[in-house]
Design a protein around this ligand. Structure first.
Ligand SMILES: [Zn+2]
Length: 463
């Protein structure tokens, strides 16, 4: 037994070059490395060595180059190298509904427009093309991991994997017939098969997504959580997004949405709660104690006038708060996480009339390491550290909006744009090289999106 373990250990070690004593890595990246590790270390003339899908070492360039050699190098000198951004909450196939009906309340948008539009248009083919389009858009803005809630989530998973992206992908449970499942038995069977299929996949974390407390009965909420827990899968849910949701919950359940979910046993260290706007001090304490991850979606919350999440208070209570774009239709309307960093900081400042309320560094944390904590994946992603997945982005500093630079975090939060993201690597694989997408047929996805746009408009009598 001991021999076997030692042998396995040897296999995991990179090969040693006998002549120069250097270990062989698969890729070495050089540049200004913003690690987002616990000390928030930044290596101005830094490097990182990668083997397979993992980071072997990070540090000063001279040190890394003395220890490692690699057949592939990414020269990002004069550029920023960061952990890939984490989009903690979205509904990617809805890219094909982008701009369908804006400037209405969330309640009207959902019940008058989007649920009927989905019933008429959402098929597996729709979901596949929407996911491809979203993958192109997200990779272009430096997103390497995203959490999704939609229908036909198995198709979302297949397309996400084909694009080389990391996904926490939840099949939606809701108390009315959905485009993929006509009743509860079908929903349960589909979701269980989906969870079984993706067990142990390096990129895809299949999940269960009970939509919210206002669209799911107590039984649906509890059954979906039980199914997720049977497979150690994450639970994705919208929580305390609307004032109406809070008022109805107080009336019907005699408790806030968070306290209701706590009472029925849904909250735990596997739950990712999107929005968390109407959460009082007791709710925040429960979220922290139960290790629930929260995801703040500033564009969506502003566009739908849902309210302002108490992000500084949530962070102060010890809650892991990530950032999300929410769906690219009716509530944003894009998948640009860099914009969310900018808006998260500014929304907190204006709502409190205090420019110190949430600073640049905090929102970069929310897009990276805190986003990873919110998805319960901080051991895998969110920072550039030895042993973590090689999910990283290179941001160019060559555009007019990028210079000069006095403070890296302020530049990232307030000045740099998605279009400045130049190269993206996920799990050691380059998926965008110098603005060129390598894993998604972008042209085909754009053409198909235009085609679907006409079809959707016609189905709703808009033409
Ligand atoms: Zn949402």
């Amino acid at each position: 037994m001991k021999v076997k373990i030692a042998f396995l250990f040897l296999l995991l070690l990179p090969a040693l070059n006998a002549q120069n004593g250097r270990q062989t890595a698969s890729t070495i990246v050089t540049g200004t490395i913003i690690t987002m590790d616990a000390a928030r270390s930044i290596y101005h003339d830094g490097a990182l060595a990668i083997a397979g899908d993992q980071i072997l070492a990070v540090g000063p360039r001279a040190e890394i180059e003395a220890r490692y050699e690699a057949p592939q190098t990414i020269d990002a000198d004069g550029k920023l190298v960061l952990p890939g951004f984490i989009n903690g909450h979205t509904h990617v196939p809805m890219t094909l509904f982008r701009g369908l009906h804006d400037d209405v309340t969330l309640n009207d948008w959902l019940y008058k427009y989007i649920f009927p539009a989905e019933a008429k248009n959402v098929t597996e083919d729709f979901v596949r093309w929407g996911t491809r389009l979203a993958a192109a858009e997200q990779i272009r803005s430096g997103v390497t991991t995203f959490a999704d809630m939609y229908y036909f989530e198995d198709a979302v998973a297949e397309e996400t994997k084909a694009a080389g992206m990391r996904g926490v992908l939840g099949e939606t449970w809701i108390d009315f017939p959905t485009p993929d499942n006509k009743d509860r038995a079908a929903m349960l069977a589909y979701t269980e098969k989906f969870l079984q299929k993706w067990q142990g996949d390096p990129l895809i974390h299949a999940s269960v997504a009970p939509h919210s407390i206002y669209t799911c009965s107590q039984k649906t909420l509890q059954d979906s959580a039980a199914l997720a827990r049977k497979y150690h899968a994450p639970i994705l849910i919208h929580v305390a997004e609307m004032k109406k949701e809070l008022d109805d919950s107080l009336k019907n359940n005699g408790a806030t949405p968070v306290q209701y979910l706590e009472r029925i046993g849904v909250l735990g260290p596997d739950v990712v709660a999107a929005h968390c706007i109407y959460v009082n001090a007791t709710d925040r304490k429960i979220l922290a104690q139960r290790h629930v991850g929260c995801v703040h979606n500033p564009s969506s919350n502003m566009m739908l006038a849902s309210g302002v999440a108490p992000v500084p208070e949530e962070r102060a209570a010890g809650v892991a708060v990530g950032l999300g774009t929410d769906g690219p239709a009716g509530s944003n309307n894009d998948l640009d996480l860099m914009e969310e960093m900018d808006l998260a900081a500014k929304l907190a400042k204006i709502s409190k009339m205090d420019p110190t309320a949430l600073n640049a560094k905090a929102v970069v944390e929310m897009a990276t390491i805190d986003g990873a904590r919110a998805l319960h994946m901080e051991n895998e992603i969110g920072s550039l550290e030895k042993g973590k997945k090689a999910d990283l982005i290179v941001i160019s500093l060559d555009e007019p909006n990028a210079v000069p630079m006095y403070d890296i975090y302020a530049q990232l939060a307030y000045a740099l744009k998605a279009s400045d993201v130049e190269t993206v690597m996920i799990g050691g694989r380059v998926v965008m090289n110098d603005h060129k997408l390598l894993t998604v047929d972008e042209e085909a996805a754009i053409a198909k999106a235009k085609e679907y746009g006409k079809k959707v408009a016609a189905s709703l009598g808009m033409e």
